[in-house]
Every structure is written in C-alpha cells, then in structure tokens.
Design a protein around this ligand. Structure first.
Ligand code: TMP
Ligand code: ZN
Length: 413
C-alpha cells in the first residue's frame, strides 16, 4: 500500500502523502521476553495526510490480530484519573437515555470494562465488544456482558438479532485503531435505532500538532482524527457529525457524536471546531511538514539531554511502559545504556522487555525503593496524577524529564 511518497487513503481512496517515516518499528504493545528478541516483528511506520478528506493516517498497519491478540497487555483501568473519566463519560451517556423504556448500550472496544461497568441502571442492557481475551476476561470477571470479537457489520447484525437495536453506541480509544472505518460505520448504521447516536473519543490531531506529541503515532493508531476528517468520513455513510467535545485525557482527545443525516440537530460547536481547524491549518500539507521538523528537533534534543546526563553518570529511569514510549524509544534510539528500566504497575508488562529497544520493565516498587536521579515521564498524559503521587521523588532530589510539548526538565511545582 505504501511507497516512499504516498499511499491510498483508507477513507476516500485519494492519494495520501507521507510526511514522516520512522523506519522499522515493533508493535507498541509487543512487550517480550529475551528469548523472543530474535525474530521480533517489525513493520515500516510512516504517517501521511490525505489532501482530499484531510485524514491523517499510517501508511501501513500490521494485521489486527497481531496487535490485539489474546495476550494484549494494555489494561485501561491502570490509572485512577482514567477510571474517573470513564465514570463521568458513562454518566453522560446514561443521562441522555430515555428513562421510561428498556435501553441497549453497545460499547466497542470495552477493554477491561473501565466504562461498561458504569453503564448499568435498571432497564439498561450494556454489551461490550472486544477482540482481546486477556482484557475481555477481566471485564467478564466483573459480571459484564462481553462479545469477544472485532466489530463489523456481521457482529452488529448478531447483536441486533439477540438484543434489538441500540439506543447508543459508544467507543473510547477504539475507532482510531480500526483500519476499515467503513465496516464499522456500516455496522453502526445497522445497529442504531432511528435518532440514536454513535459517540466516540480518540486522541485529537489538533493536540498532536500543537503539542508535538508524536508518540501518539504507533501501529495501533492508524488514524489521528480531526472534526474535518470525521465529518468527511460520516458523509460517506449518510451520517453527520452532530457534536464535538474536547477531552483532556490521553494528552488531548476529542469526543465525536455521529447520527444519521438529518436525524439530530447539529451543535454550533461543530461549525466552530471546523472553522478552527481550517484556520489552524489542519487540512494543509505544510502543517505536517512543519510537524515533521518539530518532531526531528524533539528527537535530537531528547537524545542530547539523555546522553549528556549519562555522561555525567546520572541514573535515568522511564516512568510508564506506555504504548507511546515504544515510538519514542525506537525513534530516538533510547536503549538500556540511557534508560536503566521502565517502571510500570501493569503485571502483564513486568519482567518483560520493551518492544524494539529492549529496556527491562520492572515493578513500580523498584522505583520507590531506589529513586533514580532522573525519571523520564513516558506516561506524560497522566502527569497530574503521577506528580501528585510522586512528591517524595522530587523531595529526594529526583528530577522529571518531559518531552511534550518540548524536551525539558520539569520546573519545581
Ligand atoms: P497510557 O498512557 O496508554 O494510559 O498507559 C499508561 C501506562 O503507564 C500503563 O502501562 C500503566 C502505567 N502507569 C504507571 O506505571 N504508573 C502510573 O501511575 C500510571 C498513571 C500509569
Ligand atoms: Zn482521503
């Protein structure tokens, strides 16, 4: 599908132009044992922009069953602020349901049930769909109703047959993972009741551009959405973007609401955001060329900072073995010589090595037991939660290194 300059847009089939190639990359969540280093999977990670529909997308994406297999190690419920966010998201959804009738809510990509467990109320049936048995089992253990599958029009038809049509379909950090959005929207149209909505949120392109958060670019994120590109995609399915709501999670996300054409009133927020994206150049190739230059500078600055600190004998530990960190470590050439280990609270990642760069992942207690001189904040999207929790590290003389929006040592709070 890719060439050095471009590839076919997954949304509108026009020619998309590549603006950045990262080279061969492993799977962002492909944490592995030393025995598996040899023959580790890699693919060419590049990202491009379609001038016809404005969708920013990967040139190539690994097969979905390679990324979201039975041992998928990303459990959504590892952060308290994310749990609070999803409790609020669920409350918003429930508030908008008619109270009198029986209702059906379907969640795409329900992971370990972080949102689905809040989507319960007498008279409401909530069904989650997730292809990864590891996380789906965690949700089932809580008594949640999970279909283990990728979502497509056939699965939508099966759910409709068993439960009837949906009052609302929701998804968080799932739409941007799916290479064939047309299949999803066909399924969504099939499953939604008349007048019902599809609400989903994903990292927002505007935030990636403004914060140079290039670590949002990895195998699972085949798309970086903006209102403009989502409105264009919806139109191809006789649907429309009826609302948008910015979210602070995942370093800046956008919640999009779609409905069948003409079935819902379009909020003024949609027109305002489309206008803001036009003015901000989110549909201009030059914006992405400039982003590439900023990303290259970020890489050079981070390498120089880490290399300089190591030359002075300082210990540096990575905080959070995030999916995003796989892009940063591999693109910036961060090996265990620079970063001693990655501290992470997820048991499924501990004792393994990070994809590609092979930095050991160790339990959080190691970090607390022997603070390093510097902590590289890979989980920067959880900064507020983490910095609040880690005051002792700072008090003991430890310093935080951040790279979003630019490479820096965090000033004292
Ligand atoms: P995310 O950025 O994709 O949400 O991933 C966060 C990762 O960071 C996940 O593996 C859990 C880990 N983590 C910690 O180790 N400590 C923390 O305090 C938080 C918030 C996350
Ligand atoms: Zn396109």
């Amino acid at each position: 599908m890719t060439s050095s300059q471009g590839f076919v847009c997954r949304v509108c089939s026009a020619r998309a132009s590549t603006f950045l190639s990262f080279g061969p990359m492993p799977l962002a969540n492909g944490f592995l044992s030393a025995a598996d280093f040899h023959g580790e999977f890699r693919f060419e990670l590049s990202v491009g922009f379609c001038p016809a529909c404005c969708m920013v997308q990967l040139g190539e994406q690994p097969r979905r069953d390679q990324m979201f297999g039975p041992n998928y190690p990303y459990y959504s419920s590892t952060s308290s602020s994310m749990s609070e966010h999803f409790a609020r998201f669920a409350a918003t959804i429930l508030d908008e349901l008619p109270t009198s009738e029986r209702s059906l809510i379907v969640e795409l990509g329900s992971n370990d049930g972080i949102m689905l467990r809040h989507l319960t109320r007498p008279g409401v049936t909530a069904v989650g769909i997730d292809p990864s048995t590891s996380v789906a089992q965690r949700a089932r253990d809580q008594g949640l109703n999970i279909v283990v599958s990728f979502f497509d029009a056939d699965v939508a038809a099966r759910i409709a047959e068993e439960y009837g049509s949906a009052d609302v379909i929701v998804g968080a950090n799932v739409m941007c993972h799916i290479a064939d959005p047309h299949e999803v929207l066909r399924g969504v149209r099939r499953l939604l009741k008349p007048g019902a909505v599809f609400v989903f949120e994903d990292p927002y392109l505007g935030d990636v551009v403004h914060r140079v958060s290039y670590d949002q670019i990895y195998d699972e994120h085949v798309f970086l959405f903006a209102a403009t590109s989502i409105a264009n995609l919806a139109r191809l399915h006789d649907m429309e973007l009826v609302d948008v709501a910015p979210q602070s999670v995942h370093g800046g996300s956008m919640r999009f609401t779609l409905a069948r054409l003409g079935e819902r009133q379009v909020s003024d927020r949609v027109g305002l955001l489309l206008q803001q994206e036009r003015v901000g150049g989110l549909c201009n190739f030059e914006t992405f060329e400039e982003l590439r230059r900023s990303i290259e500078k970020s890489r050079d600055d981070l390498r120089a900072l880490l290399g300089g600190l190591r030359a002075k004998g300082k210990r540096i530990v990575g905080y959070g073995a995030t999916s995003k960190s796989t892009t940063v470590t591999n693109y910036c050439g961060i090996t265990p010589d620079l970063v001693e280990y990655l501290s992470d609270t997820t048991p499924a990642k501990q004792g393994k090595f990070s994809p590609g760069a092979h930095i050991p992942v160790r339990p959080y207690r190691e970090f607390v037991t022997r603070y390093p001189d510097y902590a590289l904040l890979f989980a920067w999207n959880h900064a507020t939660e983490i910095l609040t929790k880690e005051t002792e590290f700072r008090k003991s003389g430890g310093r935080w290194i951040v790279y979003v929006p630019s490479v820096a040592l965090l000033a004292d709070l």
